[in-house]
Design a protein around this ligand. Structure first.
Ligand SMILES: Cc1cc2nc3c(=O)[nH]c(=O)nc-3n(C[C@H](O)[C@H](O)[C@H](O)COP(=O)(O)OP(=O)(O)OC[C@H]3O[C@@H](n4cnc5c(N)ncnc54)[C@H](O)[C@@H]3O)c2cc1C
Length: 320
């Protein structure tokens, strides 16, 4: 069976959930082989194996951390040259897409960005994308390979399938051309203590109905009561009531948590595109005709500034 290269993203806490989703999706195409930049610790290798990686390529080149995406692209191209994979899967995101595009150009491969499903059809890789704000599904067959595909986080759920990966250290000689832009400093983002929006099991999102930046605070308080991440509509982020990284939707992040609580969000198609795959959707809106109620499993018609504080109180009481 052919290998499927999965570009792994790791943090100090281990392998990121979107990578575990890629490993799950990769199993439909062949044998998942993870590419790890930097040291592949025993814990990282074990976690990759738990989700089906039969091989781990540990890229040994200091430069991958010192420069932007080019050294990573060169490393992936080098590995693909010997592994001859049927596909290369990357998480959709600014860096992932940058690496994927460069890899596809260098390998003369077909590329599909923002896929939600991958499958094999008559020996060719087929990728499905959700387009036009979720109204259409496009299926593309990649006829020149290895197929390079970036996959949206949360499009598939990560399922364990134990394997015992072998680890191969790959020495990569990074070209001078790839060293054009050096990272000179890094500043860790100040942690909110809340889960990452795209990884969270529960998301509480607020829209224009919060009324103001001060009014948005109740969204954070509700999220904290539920151990949730905070999301926002584009109206809110455009008004600077919340940072852009919290925007959910077509031009923001895609989430698919177990519970999505939307307060003061009308339900424009562009917002729905980023959250409609959530398992349970709860809507709080003072307008009973708000379109988002059509997607809701549970709805409350009312003023969010009354409903959410009552919810926080109730959660507090039940937590005891
Ligand atoms: C190309 C393009 C891309 C876009 N991408 C995105 C995207 O990624 N994400 C996104 O979100 N939008 C996106 N938009 C914008 C989108 O079309 C909507 O304008 C936006 O989602 C509306 O945000 P909203 O629901 O917060 O505001 P509104 O549509 O104004 O809705 C506010 C809602 O709050 C309710 N409300 C008011 N006061 C209260 C209260 N006190 N209590 C309870 N409810 C109350 C109202 O009844 C109303 O339903 C995009 C638009 C375009 C053209």
């Amino acid at each position: 069976m052919s290998e499927v290269l999965v570009i792994a993203e790791t943090t100090a806490a281990g392998v990121r959930k979107p990578t575990l989703e890629l490993l799950t999706a990769a199993r439909a195409l062949g044998e998942p082989a993870a590419v790890v930049f930097g040291e592949a610790s025993d814990a990282v290798v074990a976690q990759l194996g738990e989700y089906g990686a039969t091989k781990v390529y540990a890229v040994n080149a200091a430069e991958v951390g010192d420069y932007l995406s080019l050294p990573k692209a060169e490393a992936v191209v080098q590995i693909a040259g010997t592994a001859n994979p049927v596909a290369i899967l990357v998480t959709s995101g600014p860096e992932g897409k940058d690496v994927a595009a460069r890899v596809a150009v260098r390998l003369n491969s077909g590329i599909v960005p923002d896929a939600t499903v991958v499958a094999l059809d008559g020996g060719n890789v087929v990728a499905t994308q959700t387009v036009f704000a979720g109204r259409w599904q496009a299926r593309s067959q990649i006829v020149r390979g290895p197929a390079v595909i970036t996959m949206r986080p949360n499009a598939t759920s990560a399922e364990a399938a134990a394997a015992s990966p072998s680890v191969e250290t790959v020495d990569v000689a990074v070209s001078e051309a790839a060293k054009g832009a050096k990272i000179t400093s890094r500043e860790p983002k100040v942690s909110t203590g809340r889960p990452e929006l795209t990884d969270a099991a529960v998301v509480v999102a607020g829209g224009r109905g919060v009324g103001s930046e001060e009014g948005f605070a109740v969204i954070g308080q509700t999220a904290d009561a539920l151990g949730a991440a905070v999301g926002a509509s584009r109206t809110v982020t455009d008004q600077h009531w919340a940072p852009h990284e919290l925007q959910v939707g077509q031009t923001g992040k895609t989430v698919a948590p177990s519970l999505y609580l939307a307060a003061g969000i009308s339900g424009a198609i562009q917002h729905r595109a980023g959250m409609q795959s959530s398992k349970t959707i709860v809507v709080v809106n003072k307008d009973p005709k708000a379109p988002l109620f059509q997607l809701a499993d549970f709805g409350v018609v009312g003023d969010l500034h009354k409903v959410l504080p009552a919810l926080i109180d109730e959660v507090g009481k039940r937590k005891g």
